[in-house]
Structures are given as C-alpha cells and as structure tokens.
Write a protein that binds this ligand. Structure first.
Ligand code: DC
Length: 218
C-alpha cells in the first residue's frame, strides 16, 4: 500500500503519518525532512538560497537518507546525523525558498521515488500525491486553520527549548504557505483525487480514526 499525506506546515502531517506507519506496517518517509537537511547543508556551506545552479548541484551530490535507530527514525546528510539540526527557526524560515527551485525539486522527487519503489510506504510532504506517488492508493490532504497551526508550532518550539512569539510564528507560517502554494512545480494544493482531513478541534486519535475508517472501508 502507498499513501500520500500532503498539507500545509503545522497541520500535523508527520505525527499522523508516523502513527499510521506503525498501525498499518508502512515505511514512513518524511519528504520535508529531506528538504530541511539540504537547507541545513546549504546554510553551513553558505550557499545563497537564490543560487539555483549551486543548489541543484548540492541536491545532486548530497546523499540524504533515513536510518532506523532503535525506536527513532534519524535523517542523515552524507554521513552526518542531522536529525537534531533541521527544525531550528533558521531552517524553518529558509527551507521553502530552497524548495522553490524546480530543477532541485526534480532531483529530490527522483530520490523520493527510488526510496518508495516497490515498498509499502506513507510519505508526507506537499507534492507527494501529485509528483512523487501519483498512483498512491490513498491521497490525504491534512489541514488546519492558520491560527491552530501557529499554536501547534509554538508548542513544538517550546518543547525544543526555543522561545516563540505567536504573531511572528503565525506570520512566518502564512509566508511559508504562500511560498509553498505559489511555486512553479510541486506546489501545495488539494488534488481532485485527494481526501481533505480538517484537523481543527480534533485530537490526534480522532484524526487517525477518521483516516483508518476511510482505509478500512475501501
Ligand atoms: O513538512 P515540513 O514543514 O517539514 O516541510 C519543510 C518545507 O519543505 C516546506 O516549507 C516545503 C518543503 N517541502 C516541499 O517543498 N515538498 C515536499 N514534498 C515536502 C516539503
């Protein structure tokens, strides 16, 4: 079975995808983490995030992969475990710009398709249903209001020991939504064949139950 979970930042896609992976015995692939790992490397190498050619070369030459370490899935960039470095405010703010480059996206989509080839997977991102797994058995678009997503992002930041200002977090999420929705390729959108799951005012158990009931009914 292959399942695509797309949606805006802060909608809870990765939490939902991880729980579904466990319950349905699927491999979980967090495509956003791959763009984040590349952003981390680009920032370290001081590559300008508007330099499409350098970023294309970076995507082509960087080995981004996941490894299961006991109960945790770690993401590696070349041979460095970058799991702890990819959710900082700096990467949050810059990743959408890096992900806006069409040529770089082509490389990433190829890598993501290879990871999923012949395997039962749940992948979350923005363009999974459209570009990575266009023939997925299930395509979900998981969303929530901007306000609710900003509150969840604040809680995430606080858990990681960062301070967050609600209005600033909301404004950055809105900017990221716009940038993710308006790029040339692989933009954030609801597809004709995707099922919209609105997570406002629902706890995670309710959302999982809603998705599982759709999967079981089919
Ligand atoms: O899901 P996330 O917040 O970790 O994703 C980080 C960024 O990566 C997001 O702003 C858009 C980009 N992204 C993308 O362009 N395509 C994907 N398949 C996944 C993420």
């Amino acid at each position: 079975m292959q399942m695509a979970i797309d949606g805006p930042a802060g909608a809870g896609k990765s939490t939902i995808a991880q729980i579904l992976a466990q319950k349905l015995q699927l491999i979980y692939i967090d495509t956003g983490a791959m763009y984040r790992a590349l952003t981390w490397k680009a920032l370290n190498l001081k590559i300008a995030l508007d330099d499409a050619e350098k970023l294309y070369n970076l995507a082509r030459d960087t080995d981004v992969y996941f490894l299961q370490v006991s109960d945790e899935q770690k993401i590696y960039c070349d041979s460095v475990d970058v799991s702890g470095f990819i959710r900082t405010p700096d990467v949050n703010d810059k990743v959408s710009l890096l992900a806006s480059h069409s040529q770089l996206r082509k490389i990433m989509v190829e890598k993501q398709q290879k990871m999923a080839q012949g395997r039962s997977v749940v992948m979350d991102g923005r363009d999974v249903g459209e570009c990575i797994l266009p023939s997925a058995d299930y395509k979900f678009f998981v969303t929530a209001s901007l306000e609710e997503r900003a509150l969840r992002r604040m809680a995430d930041l606080q858990r990681q020991g960062h301070k967050g200002c609600y209005e600033k977090v909301k404004c950055l999420l809105k900017k990221r939504d716009e940038s993710d929705s308006n790029r040339e390729t692989g933009s954030l959108k609801i597809l004709n064949d995707s099922i919209v799951i609105d997570t406002d005012n629902k706890d995670i158990e309710e959302v999982i139950a809603e998705i599982l009931s759709i999967v079981k009914d089919n």
